[in-house]
Write a new protein. Structure first.
Length: 382
């Protein structure tokens, strides 16, 4: 092992865990962090004003493991908790873990090895990885499938700028399947938006971290275990606060503008997300309400029609919405391009996760459509 390899292998990783009323899952989460094969960890538990037994669980673990630091603070939300943890971090690298998820035992070993291949902290600012999605089954068992960008991030070289790995922007932010160089975050002033609750604060953080550097490294190893309640989880969360997705998307666009993004691949990914989020917002809010109408109009006004109508991932419902809100004619759909996109998506999902899970996705999507009157496919690509 070279001196550079040795330094990376012993790099301190600061693991920030924002915690609010997570007692039911926190013990298992902490055990998965404590059990990492990479031992040089600083485990920062940020107690966001929990009212359940979460503080007792944290302190019990802290008594057994000196690497654990507990920070108590009033309830301010996910973003503020992550910022507090990152501000207190001492590691070369920073990671975020959500308290209802788990890490694979070699998570940080895999991520650090990926960084080491491309120069370690001197050559890499962000390391991203694939992850597992876990869904509960009716019989009490679980189904595990890989994330929707695994095997799709194929940059011509590494490290890379996000345009060469744009699939990382087209799906769930998955900011926790990653390592961030602490000095990069500090030097760029990258922070989570501080808003009540969870608030989809991971969305602008995703853009800030990936669009301000050309030193991203990626590994296809699934290092993180992300638990989802069902296939429509993002939509169900959005229905509780229907303006939040589109508000956070505007924060994403602000971040992209600050970073000077001009790559059409990146702008197309952001357009896909923006139109999908507008559809989600209108699923749960009355468009005739002035606040909603203004938000949707302002959001769609930030998009280039050529990019929107040229993005095959945007559904017919999304195209119609965009054209109507902008007061422009919708050009004829490029049917071959759209069908090709759908065929590639279907083949990818079939190859990656099998027939049974594919059928489950179709049933979930049909249930979603029937629940809203069948207005078109509205995937919430969080």
């Amino acid at each position: 092992m070279s001196p550079s390899d040795e330094r990376t292998a012993t790099d301190l990783v600061s693991v920030v865990i924002p915690i609010y009323n997570a007692a039911a899952t926190l013990d298992a989460c902490l055990r998965s962090v404590e059990g990492q094969t990479h031992r040089a960890l600083e485990i920062i538990c940020v107690n966001d004003g929990s009212t359940d037994a979460s503080p007792d669980v944290m302190r019990a673990h802290a008594q057994r493991d000196s690497r654990i630091v507990v920070i108590d603070k009033p309830n301010e939300g996910y973003g503020a908790s992550c910022n507090r943890g990152i501000a207190s971090a001492r590691g070369t690298w920073v990671a975020v873990v959500e308290p209802d998820d788990l890490l694979e035992p070699s998570c940080y070993e895999e991520l650090l090895a990926c960084a080491r291949r491309y120069g370690g902290e001197k050559g890499v600012d962000v390391v991203r990885a694939a992850y597992w999605r876990v869904f509960p089954n009716a019989d009490g068992s679980e189904t595990r499938v890989s994330c929707p960008y695994r095997h799709r991030v194929r940059p011509p070289r590494q490290p890379f700028a996000i345009g060469d790995g744009v699939e990382l922007l087209r799906h769930h932010p998955a900011i926790w399947a990653a390592l961030y160089r602490r000095d990069y975050l500090a030097g760029q002033g990258i922070r989570f938006p501080e808003i009540p609750g969870a608030g989809w604060a991971d969305n602008p953080f995703l853009v800030d971290t990936l669009c301000r550097t050309d030193r991203i490294a990626y590994t296809d190893a699934c290092v993180y275990v992300y638990y989802e309640r069902d296939l429509n989880e993002a939509e169900r969360l959005a229905l509780r606060s229907p303006l939040v997705p589109l508000e956070r998307w505007n924060d994403m666009m602000d971040a992209a503008e600050r970073a000077g993004v001009s790559d059409r691949r990146v702008l197309s990914a952001l357009a896909l997300r923006g139109v999908n989020y507008a559809l989600i917002t209108l699923d749960g809010a009355d468009e005739e309400t002035p606040e909603v109408r203004e938000l949707v109009a302002r959001s769609m006004g930030r998009l280039d029609p050529g990019i929107v109508f040229g993005e095959p991932g945007i559904t017919p419902a999304g195209r119609r919405l965009f054209a109507r809100v902008r007061g422009i004619d919708e050009p004829p759909a490029h049917r071959v391009r759209r069908l090709g996109y759908l065929a590639r998506e279907a083949l990818y999902r079939l190859r990656t996760n099998g027939v049974a899970f594919g059928a489950r996705m179709v049933r979930a999507r049909m249930g979603r459509l029937l629940g809203r009157g069948g207005d078109g496919t509205r995937a919430a690509q969080r």
